[in-house]
Ligand binder design. Sequence first.
Ligand code: AP5
Length: 182
Amino acid sequence: MILILFGPPGAGKGTQADLLKEKFNLLHLSTGDLLREEVSNETALGIKAKEFMDAGELVTDELIIAMIKNKIDNTTSVNGFLFDGFPRTISQAEALNDMLKNSSKEVDKVISLEVDDSILIKRLLERGRSDDNESTIKNRLDVYKSQTLPIKDFYSKDNKLIQIKGNQTVEDVNSDIVSNLS
Ligand code: AP5
């Protein structure tokens, strides 16, 4: 099973991924978490990525695609993948399709968590991660709308998109997702 958790910053992708990965025995691949690990280990990738992340800009497609390909190629014994925060551009979505096609797989469903901006901003300010300050949040939301939102059309054309109201309790969001997948 190949699932994508899609949505703006603060929509609850990571929160729902933690619940879904256990239920379906999927490998959770969060590009944000992978990048933060590279930053904290001060790797060459982390050093390059930090500047983009601090500004709320996207890290280059080339770096992200290489990072994901490496994970997919080196993973065995899971039922599939749960992508969170990836793909974030049409070229990342096309690259993912190509990677999966090599092993005769395809994306099954894209779960889009829909939440209003005012709630997203409140959640992120309360969380307070290093990129959760007002100006970076504003840019992350702008970048999401201009560069990431077009992916919704890309997947809805193939009937893969499931739209979920993300402004409910964590448990209710999760049960909506699970009932849409069964
Ligand atoms: P990333 O880490 O992916 O950040 P994001 O997409 O901005 O998402 P968040 O982690 O902020 O939110 P989330 O939707 O996971 O929500 P969460 O569950 O945490 O990316 C960070 C940066 O890395 C990017 O800006 C970019 O620079 C770079 N990057 C990453 N991927 C990239 C890619 N593919 N290409 C290029 N660059 C990339 O929840 C948020 C808060 O809300 C939490 O406090 C949570 O407890 C709370 N919450 C969750 N659900 C609910 C609920 N139902 N009710 C109330 N509160 C809730």
